[in-house]
Design a protein around this ligand. Structure first.
Ligand code: NAD
Length: 335
């Protein structure tokens, strides 16, 4: 496997950049990294990798990306946190072109295995109305009523993978990620998610001495958050598995409210801030958590890195970025 060509789509982004780093560390010698952004805006970039800037909504670009590929990971999407996906539903849905064209090109290229990064946003809305939600099991995606825009695109693309397997024999693997966080992710600019946004707000308040922060919603909404290392381990284990032929949850079961997340970041930062709740800001569903019975059974493993451990590392990285004046467009250029 180590000398077969692995393609990572969305490699200029958060999870894709970390996946390329992990593959290099594992000794893979042929990696192609693809992203829409120009190379100088990738979050992580590595020497010895075939780094390509391509628009994967276009079929010819997908053909270039998948040529000669053994395995393809599709992590490319026009996405962000609630602030982005609630206001950009058409852009989110246009991402359907990426997975559709990548599947077509992968089939033509004789790709052996194809990974698709789905999301907990596929789950039906009426299963997520209570902050004390019980974890979402895989079957809760149907009858379908996912997150408008982004969630519908994810659910449709999952099914596209399934039918490429059933009808054309292309082996596909699908993971439903639940909120992934860690260093080298977006923390400002409008696409950031709650863990990075809370870190940024607390750090900004601390650096400026303002001693107050804005929180979207009433702070009672609940989520679980998965540290990037667990995400990478799970993604690769699902990709390698011979038996996980259906979409599966990849998330932490450690459910917290947004208020508890803020408590945690305040304790890492050593501050206590006044909270201003913005009840008209996008806040998503009231409660969401992963239910990991299936992944425990299939892999004898589940994400387990404690939120505090992951948030300490994430906070430290964002703190460094902000203190040195870097923003979301800054690049960690490791070449
Ligand atoms: P990200 O935004 O950091 O990375 C996605 C990358 O895709 C970006 O670098 C972007 O430039 C690239 N991209 C967008 N349009 C493209 C195009 N037309 N052609 C080529 N590249 C394009 O996001 P991420 O957090 O790394 O997420 C990776 C995948 O995981 C996405 O599919 C996302 O929907 C999914 N996911 C992420 C989370 C999370 O919490 N981060 C949760 C659920 C699902």
């Amino acid at each position: 496997m180590k000398d077969k060509l692995i393609v990572v789509c969305g490699a200029g982004g958060f999870i894709g950049g970390h996946l390329v780093a992990a593959l290099l560390q594992q000794g893979h010698t042929r990696i192609r990294a693809v992203d829409l952004k120009p190379l100088d805006r990738w979050y992580q970039k590595f020497p010895g990798v075939d780094n390509l800037s391509l628009d994967l909504q276009e079929l010819p670009a997908c053909r270039t990306a998948t040529q000669g590929a053994h395995w393809v990971y599709n992590l490319a999407a026009d996405m962000g946190g609630m602030g982005f996906i609630e206001k950009n539903k058409a852009l989110c849905m246009l991402t359907v072109l990426i997975n559709t064209h990548l599947l077509k090109a992968a089939r033509e290229a004789g790709v052996a295995r194809f990974f698709y990064a789905s999301s907990a946003c596929v789950y039906a809305h009426d299963k997520q109305t209570d902050p004390n939600v019980t974890g979402l099991v895989e079957a809760d995606a149907y009858p379908a009523m996912p997150e408008d825009g982004y969630g519908w695109e994810k659910l449709f693309s999952e099914r596209m993978c399934r039918h490429f397997t059933e009808d054309f024999g292309l082996v596909t693997r699908v993971a439903r990620y639940h909120n992934v966080y860690g260093p080298h992710g977006t923390f400002d600019g409008g696409r950031e998610k709650a863990p990075a946004a809370v870190c940024r707000k607390v750090i900004a308040a601390k650096l400026a001495g303002t001693r107050e922060i804005e929180i979207w919603g009433d702070g009672h909404q609940t989520r679980s958050f998965m540290y990037i290392d667990d995400c990478l381990h799970g993604t690769q284990a699902i990709m390698r598995s011979e038996n996980i032929t259906f979409p599966i949850n990849l998330g932490s079961e450690e459910k917290v409210s947004i208020n508890q997340l803020v408590d945690l970041v305040e304790s890492i930062a050593g501050v206590k801030l006044k909270r201003n709740y913005n009840l008209t800001a996008p806040k998503g569903v009231n409660g969401r958590n992963s239910e990991n019975t299936l992944i425990r059974k299939m892999l004898c493993w589940e994400p387990s890195i404690a939120l505090r451990t992951g948030m300490e590392k994430t906070y430290a990285w964002i703190h460094d970025q902000m203190k040195s004046g870097r923003s979301k467009d800054s690049v960690v250029n490791q070449s």
